[in-house]
Design a binder for this molecule. Structure first.
Ligand SMILES: [Zn+2]
Length: 245
């Protein structure tokens, strides 16, 4: 999973190690394709071997990442060049980082934890329009007055501040002892996981996370709060869009 170490890797060389019966999905010895998980949708792109084949979905099954391909079938041992659709991935990186900034701002201002979230890229849009939309749920009851406007302004301040984003791999006991990680329920990660990947938006938000992020908050652009809504007691939803700065 090359994306865990380098979110900016767009092309890579790999060897086909398995082909799934039935649909012909492909597993590789190494991949830069992100598989759906942690609220972030999969990448799309292409695998070039004897022919160029579109990758339309990527899913994780245990430790295996299956690339759904649309074209000539592959054979175990095939050497391929993978290329991810960067426009889609970069929109998702910007959006994922925006959601962590939102989490950090809400925790610092209100002490409320996140209960869920999701994101979706918006393809082929003209400049000035949203690149992606996302939603996130928090334990508010009720929402504070003027919440949408306040949060939009605070999040955009943090984005414009250009905070660096660092990726670290910590031994489990070190991660569990970090007070900044306790609020994100790092203790719920299965005991079998010995090394915990941490995304640190320096000075704002730290979370155990397997997603892909930009290097600096100013690369996100800006967000617009589209809507806030109640999804029940102690569960309030915030819908945002990610725009160019
Ligand atoms: Zn995340």
């Amino acid at each position: 999973m090359l994306f865990l170490h380098d979110a900016y890797l767009r092309t890579f060389e790999a060897t086909v190690v398995a082909v799934r019966e039935g649909d012909g999905a492909v597993a590789l010895d190494r991949t830069a394709f992100y598989a759906t998980g942690g609220g972030q949708p999969h990448d799309t792109g292409a695998l070039a071997g004897r022919a160029v084949t579109a990758v339309t979905a990527v899913e994780k099954e245990g430790d295996v990442l299956w690339h759904t391909v649309d074209g000539e079938p592959f054979t175990v041992g095939d050497e391929v060049t993978g290329e991810i659709d960067w426009e889609r991935r970069h929109a998702l990186m910007r959006t994922h980082t925006a959601l962590h900034v939102l989490c950090g701002v809400i925790w610092n201002e209100y002490g409320k934890a996140v209960t869920g979230g999701n994101m979706e890229p918006l393809s082929a849009r003209p400049p000035g329009e949203a690149r992606a939309r996302a939603r996130m749920d928090f334990e508010f009851d009720p929402l504070p007055a003027a919440f949408g406007e306040t949060i939009e302004a605070r999040v955009n301040e943090e984005l414009a501040a250009g905070r660096p984003i660092e990726v670290a791999f910590l031994p489990r006991d070190v991660a569990l002892a970090d007070p900044d990680l306790i609020r994100t329920k790092v203790n719920l990660i299965p005991e079998s996981v010995k090394e915990i990947r941490v995304i640190d938006i320096v000075g704002l938000d730290k979370q155990a996370d397997g997603g892909t992020h930009v290097r600096s908050t100013d690369e996100v652009g800006r967000v617009r709060v589209v809507k806030t809504e109640s999804k029940g007691k102690a569960n309030k939803r915030i819908r945002i869009e990610v725009l160019d700065a």
